[in-house]
Ligand binder design. Structure first.
Ligand code: NAD
Length: 437
């Protein structure tokens, strides 16, 4: 295709910076190293395992995505992190309890070499946590400058050609977009005035954007999802994506709901409850952090089912989501869904899902794919919100005025077609090139 963007080659090292080095952060770093050493496979990662069909089915062209597009190699990734808890990668992974000891011990030296930098942290925004590895500064603007210094130092010390930043930090308390977030000027003034409207995750996002570093937010808190930062990213050509990694129960929801809707089956109610016992679960036990997560989880069904268009099928849907902190399960969450569906002549049926889930095992490949795809977007010169990465998020960040797409299959098609476009190939549709992956 003639208007295909010029993509700079993926030469040199790519620094992956993680604010938040807990269960998800350490599981990504350990998994990438395990893949590099041939100890374990990066299962769940599209960039590593998925093929992409090109042209007509009869052409038989289905390369791996990573052979079709110039993505960074796993060997070229180097990791950095910030966390208020000073544990290195080995200690933090042990504490998180996601990976088994034999995996961690096999990579102990490497994991210990990743030590979190002092964080921009404020207990006011994550009340169930505390830690000593924290920066101090006159105000939030000065803290942002310290983060920018960290970013530059990391780039130099690790000889990185490019960087990306992915928020793997805790879920912050619920905040609404306000006047402080409207423009870059108001945002910077608010940082200088230590305005409570500026949460730590926003300070990281600001620092990343100002340093030209693509940024993704894996948690549901606002972070870069405010006009000031979206505009700044747009103007500076910095790719942005968010929010809230799509794992566990919401992943199941966005797989099942489009199926019921495709068959025009009604849904009266969807009750979801979870038990989980990791640090994330402890943070979400605070009602204000839970509210941030709840908003993110609840919006999914409404957008997929379009009750305004199908009031008799979905107009009465009762949707409830609960998260219960239950320490004995650690990171191994159990999620139950009860779905009351309605069929022919109004006859009722029930679907029960019991998902014995390992959340961070589902989140880690998302972090890797986002790192590689955001870097690709940056090298293609694409700034601002990358809606084609909605596939990875519970609350996809969209350009102002657009509604988010939640249906996993539509998101998947958009992701793959964007990759085809980046590689100079025709998109697949059900008309011209007969859609079939
Ligand atoms: N595990 C999943 O599958 C999943 C899915 C979707 C979203 N998320 C979100 O991803 C985030 C990480 O999840 P997790 O399971 O790794 O949680 P975790 O509690 O194990 O790790 C989060 C880490 O972030 C650190 N942190 C908190 N505030 C920080 C700050 N201001 N700067 C730097 N570090 C900070 C904490 O000290 C902690 O070590 C959470 O917000 C969670 O809601 C996780």
């Amino acid at each position: 295709m003639s208007d295909q963007p010029d993509i700079r080659p993926a030469e040199g090292r790519l620094g992956v910076l993680l604010p938040g080095f807990g269960a998800v952060g350490t599981t990504v770093v350990a998994g990438v190293e395990a893949a590099r050493r041939g100890i374990a496979r990066p299962i769940g990662s599209l960039t590593q395992l998925n093929t992409i069909r090109l042209g007509k089915r009869t052409e038989g062209r289905t390369p791996l995505i990573k052979d079709f597009l110039p993505l960074s190699e796993l060997d070229d990734l180097v990791f950095g992190a910030w966390d208020p808890i000073p544990d290195d990668g080995y200690e933090s992974a042990l504490e998180a309890g996601v990976l088994e000891r034999h995996h961690l011990d096999a990579m102990e030296d490497f994991l210990r070499s990743v030590k979190p930098m002092p964080a921009v942290f404020d207990k006011e925004y994550v009340r169930r946590l505390d830690g000593p590895n924290v920066k101090s500064g006159a105000n939030k603007f000065e803290l942002a400058q310290q983060l920018r210094d960290d970013i530059r130092r990391f780039r130099d010390e690790n000889d990185c050609d490019r960087l990306v930043m992915i928020w793997c930090g805790s879920t912050e308390i619920f905040l609404r977009v306000g006047s402080a977030h409207e423009t870059l000027e108001s945002f910077e003034a608010a940082m200088k005035a230590d305005d409570p409207a500026i949460a730590p995750s926003m300070i990281y996002a600001y620092a990343a954007i100002m340093e030209g570093v693509p940024y993704a937010n894996g948690a549901p808190n606002l972070s870069a999802d405010v006009p000031a930062l979206e505009q700044a990213a747009d103007e500076r050509g910095v790719p942005l994506a968010g929010k809230d990694f799509k794992t566990g129960q919401t992943l199941m929801k966005t797989i099942l709901a489009p199926g019921f809707k495709a068959r025009m089956l009604g849904i009266d109610g969807w009750f979801s409850t979870n038990i989980l016992g990791n640090r994330d679960g402890a943070v979400l036990d605070d009602p204000d952090s839970f509210k941030t997560k709840e908003e993110s989880k609840l919006s999914v069904l409404e957008h997929i089912l379009q009750p305004d268009m199908y009031p008799e099928l979905y107009g009465q849907l009762y949707h409830k989501v609960r998260i219960n902190y239950y320490p004995p399960r650690g990171d191994n969450k159990e999620g139950w869904d009860n779905i009351d569906i309605v069929g022919w002549m109004g006859y009722k049926m029930q679907v029960k899902v019991d998902f014995l889930c390992r959340d961070s095992i589902l989140a880690a490949p998302i972090v890797l794919d986002l790192a590689l795809f955001l870097d690709l977007a940056g090298r293609a010169g694409w700034g601002g919100i990358q809606e084609w990465l909605s596939f990875y998020f519970k609350s996809p960040q969209t350009a102002p005025g657009l509604y988010p797409e939640h249906d996993l299959f539509i998101q998947h098609r958009k992701l793959k077609n964007t990759l085809r476009y980046l590689g100079g190939e025709e998109p697949l549709t059900h008309l011209g090139l007969e859609y079939y992956e």
